[in-house]
Ligand binder design. Structure first.
Ligand code: ZN
Length: 202
């Protein structure tokens, strides 16, 4: 196991290696080539967001490096994945990959369920559940209007990625055409079925 000092030294080495690629743009952002250099207080948040889909280590690294960089990024991703039970279980399953069957998603956040419910504190919420890992993402809502539900989805989709398929209840307020049109415009295949979520009221 690496000590804190070893980790810091490795970071310094990495910065040294890329020093010729570093610059500051007109807005004062530090860049490494085209990538934004993320400052230390935001490293944890960046890893958290990249980790939301519990993808393989290489995919997480690729996702992060698309537009950003910080020293020690690879090591941070690796240790995040090692600490996560879902990632560990998923990589074991992928190693003994079974053929995908309908309704049995092969990857995190490829098929999700949307439901509306009241949280125990009476707050209205939209819950997106990854059908693969059963991991929920919860957004509180002001109302059940499509506008509010759409706003919640627009907050979540950049984090979890646009799913291939989305299941939702064929009941008001989710039965309207606005949601179906919105999903179609994103290329999401929707399936209106009965979705059940815990802590649901009345
Ligand atoms: Zn994970």
């Amino acid at each position: 196991m690496e000590t804190w000092n070893q980790r810091e030294q490795a970071r310094l080495m990495e910065i040294r290696q890329v020093r010729n690629e570093l610059s500051i743009d007109a807005y004062g952002l530090v860049l490494k080539g085209q990538q934004i250099v993320i400052l230390q207080p935001l490293w944890g948040r960046a890893i958290e967001v990249a980790h939301l889909r519990h993808q393989r280590v290489e995919e997480m690294k690729k996702r992060l490096k698309t537009g950003s960089w910080f020293p020690g990024m690879d090591t941070e991703v690796e240790s995040q994945v090692e600490r996560c039970n879902t990632c560990v279980a998923e990589s074991k399953e992928q190693d003994t990959a079974l053929p995908n069957t309908e309704g049995n998603p092969s990857a995190s956040w490829s098929r999700v369920s949307l439901n509306l419910c009241r949280l125990p504190n009476e707050q209205l919420a939209a819950i997106l559940i990854d059908n693969y890992s059963k991991f929920p993402v919860i957004e509180t809502l002001w109302s059940t209007s499509f506008q509010d539900i759409g706003t919640a989805l627009e907050k979540d989709f950049p984090l979890i990625g646009i799913p291939n398929e989305l299941d939702f209840d064929n009941k008001p307020p989710l039965h309207g055409h606005a949601l179906r049109d919105y999903l179609t415009s994103l290329g999401v295949v929707y399936c209106q079925i009965a979705v059940t979520v815990g802590h649901q009221k009345g």
